[in-house]
Design a protein around this ligand. Structure first.
Ligand SMILES: N=CN[C@@H](CCC(=O)O)C(=O)O
Ligand SMILES: [Zn+2]
Length: 404
């Protein structure tokens, strides 16, 4: 396919894996450009004055439109059963997320439902959500387990993720998150649950090649630093790098622990201590903000400005899940990042494309307009500017999602 007269956005050399600090304000572009794709990959691009001549099977005129990489959503729990609308109603009536969880709701509620639901049904429900996010411009996605909390439940979730991986037109990464909450059966014996996760679940998950990463909900009332370190070390023994839920409600050293263990990303960070910022400096760990969760739970937004102004990179993701963020809309995430976290549109787009791809190990595949990367692209409607992604919040700006 030959795209002509396009405004190409987010053009990067293959060597550039992320942008940080003041560089996040820059979105390299080429106006009045052509782009050629072949076999699902970007083959070449350049200014219209040098557009390849001759016959091309298919061409698309992109006059007045931006052609850019599709969104890279590096943190989701898109595979789940049913919903938690009744808990949401409880929160509307005044309960907090933590109070709902303390009453037996929350993650363990989703876990019960997931264990009761047949695998095929979970697959069908999740597939619909996947189709929805792809139609909204998501071109790469990470999906976590963590609503099983039993060997069979976790394997069931990961098999569904594998099936979605095999069938989807976009790259998907799977993360093993059995340490998402203590299942009711183990509520007074965390050590026994950790043993189950490490000695029984992990060898099966890794042996069957069902996960790319390991995750832990490092939070008061869930898993502490020692548990998190134990799980990161166990994951490493099976070749699974860590992506850690940390600092959602409390900051108590989880970021530094994750960095020490070479985690690929630390996600949430609604609570941020100067110690966390110092721990991230000079590391290869990507901080990931989830503004949809802040919006839905009414908790603080991740201080993205503090991170970027300290010279760090930042990625944005949806956290799509039934409890704290039942939306997989990356367009909304980008708009929230601008309006609530005070990111410039350029910073937000860098965070939602190039840096998001890094945060799920997909830098060589997607996240920028780069020769050789996948043809995972968004073509906007006419007269959409870079600022529109923050300013025109809620407006559908995408004309076509290109996934080959
Ligand atoms: N915080 C932990 N896990 C999810 C929420 C899961 C749930 O409430 O079901 C999150 O990232 O927000
Ligand atoms: Zn999450």
């Amino acid at each position: 396919m030959l795209y002509q007269n396009a405004h190409l956005l987010q053009i990067r050399p293959a060597s550039q894996q992320w942008v940080a600090g003041t560089d996040m304000r820059v979105l390299p572009e080429l106006k009045d450009a052509w782009l050629l794709t072949q076999n699902g990959r970007i083959k070449a691009f350049g200014p219209m004055s040098e557009c390849p001549q001759g016959h091309h099977e298919e061409t698309l005129d992109c006059t007045d439109r931006i052609l850019m990489p599709a969104w890279c959503d590096s943190h989701s729990h898109l595979v789940y059963a049913g919903n938690r609308e009744s808990e949401w109603m409880d929160r509307l009536n005044g309960l907090t997320y933590e109070q709902v969880a303390a009453r037996g709701g929350g993650i363990v509620n989703s876990a019960q439902l997931l264990n009761e639901t047949p695998e095929e049904e979970i697959y069908q429900q999740s597939k619909l959500r996947l189709q929805e996010v792809i139609s909204l411009g998501t071109g790469a996605l990470e999906i976590k387990s963590g609503y099983g909390l039993t060997l069979e439940g976790e394997l069931k979730m990961l098999r569904v993720i594998r099936r979605l991986k095999e069938e989807a037109p976009i790259p998907i990464r799977a993360t093993f998150l059995a340490a998402h909450a203590l299942p009711t059966r183990y509520k007074d014996d965390k050590a026994a649950y950790l043993q189950l996760v490490i000695d029984e679940m992990l060898p099966r998950v890794a042996g069957d090649g069902l996960a790319d990463y390991i995750d832990v909900f490092c939070e008061k009332g869930y898993f502490d630093i020692q548990d998190t370190e134990l799980l990161m070390e166990a994951g490493a023994r099976y070749g699974l790098p860590a992506k850690i839920h940390v600092n959602q409600f409390n900051a108590f050293g989880g970021v530094a622990a994750a960095v020490r263990h070479g985690a690929l990303s630390v996600d949430h960070l609604e609570e941020l201590d100067p110690v966390d910022v110092r721990a991230l400096a000079g590391s290869k760990t990507m901080p990931v903000a989830l503004p949809g969760c802040s919006f839905f739970l009414g908790i603080p937004y991740t201080p993205g400005r503090t991170l970027i102004d300290a010279g760090l990179p930042l990625a944005l993701a949806t956290d799509f899940n039934p409890g704290s963020a039942p939306s997989g809309n990356m367009n909304l995430v980008v708009a929230l990042a601008c309006n609530k976290m005070k990111l410039t549109p350029e910073e937000a787009i860098n965070a939602a494309t190039l840096n998001g791809a890094y945060a799920m190990g997909l830098s060589s595949e997607t996240g920028s307009i780069t020769v050789g990367k996948r043809t995972n692209l968004i073509l906007t409607k006419r007269n959409v500017s870079v600022s529109s992604f923050g300013y025109r919040f809620g407006s559908p700006l995408i004309q076509q999602v290109i996934e080959q």
